[in-house]
Design a protein around this ligand. Sequence first.
Ligand code: XUL
Ligand code: CO
Length: 439
Amino acid sequence: MAEKLFSITEPVPYAGKGGGEELAFRHYDPEEVVDGKTMAEHLRFAVCYWHSLCWPGTDPFGGPTFDRPWFKDDSMASAKAKADAAFELFSLLRAPFFCFHDADVRPDGGGFAQSRANLEEMTDHLGALMETSGVKLLWGTANLFTHRRYQAGAATNPDPEVFAYAAATVKDCLDATMRLGGENYVLWGGREGYETLLNTDLAAEEKQLARFLHLVAEHRHKIGFKGQLLIEPKPQEPTKHQHDFDVATVSGFLHRHGLDKEYKLNIEAGHAFLAGHGFEHEIALAQSLGLFGSIDMNRNDLLSGWDTDQFPNSVAACALAYYEILRGGGFGAGGTNFDAKLRRQSIAPDDLLHAHIGGMDTCARGFKLARRMLADGRLEQLRRERYAGWSGELGADLLAGRLDLDAIAKLVAERGLDPQPKSGRQELLENIFGNISVE
Ligand code: XUL
Ligand code: CO
């Protein structure tokens, strides 16, 4: 019998606001029904395997600080012990979903064939754990950035052999994701970019990346994978510049290459911030372009300027994100994946429980606030009023292209148009947001 990892054995209870227990939800009751769906169904939480089970507490200046039993070697037995601990964590948190990279769950086999065999064996093991626990797979993905073969990228590598190796790896990961009933498959191009333009052929790399994404889409159709394919934008880090910079950049790329019907986007809070955008901006833009898929929920330390992947703790920030998600109709196949990790000194396994409980409670409060903002209706009403002119005759004629520049000039002169500025009412809107309470 493996030694006990966490201090509790029963799932984290919902204790409500007054609850005194530390390991209890105060705001997230997975079974609470809101607008005909449970909170678990609305938020679709996923625990990420990599930060929670694999990351050992290293940082650029220091080695591992965490001491987990499965870190002792790179064997299949340790990979299975890690998987068992992972599902214990998911079940204690009552998380409906998890997400993983191939490299998180299987030891590197030292070559393609053995790595593939390891992944297949671990896919069976994960499948059995999913069956007994009821935990589902939100998305799978391939790690195409840690191994040194990917130092110059995967799809965008100057060496076609690396492209082929990466493509073969994605095939196996997509197959494994399908076998496990995954609802999405994510591609994050960690090293698809450059360190210096002096050795980089941008046009060649763009062509390679497009071919790679077409291959993945073709394979999805071939095997009948019904889940969503998602691209996760990030502007840089570890590269100096990444091709998938932000939502706008990826959207342009997808349209340029006829891929816009195949892919949607997985938007991460910290990545949006690194790109100089708000999280809600990236979500709103993806929604307006019909590309919204799923989110990676975290926050960055705004003073470090680094993708610190911390658990969310701002209800207001989460509310603004969920507001944009709800305005677009909520999650379809997507969900709220915590791409967040402990701080390096949080070495106790229970810290994983505290981190997720806090994150889930914060998201639940943010979601409820967002819902009330929508139900209240004033924000949407004021937005509609601001654009009301466009539903009039002039607006309709302009948009429909019924007037050319000559006709517009004639109309402005004949009608003596002298448009007057109107208030944008930002403070009023911010006060409305500030005064709507979560409860
Ligand atoms: C890296 C990141 C990844 C992706 C999956 O910043 O967010 O963990 O979510 O590869
Ligand atoms: Co992410």
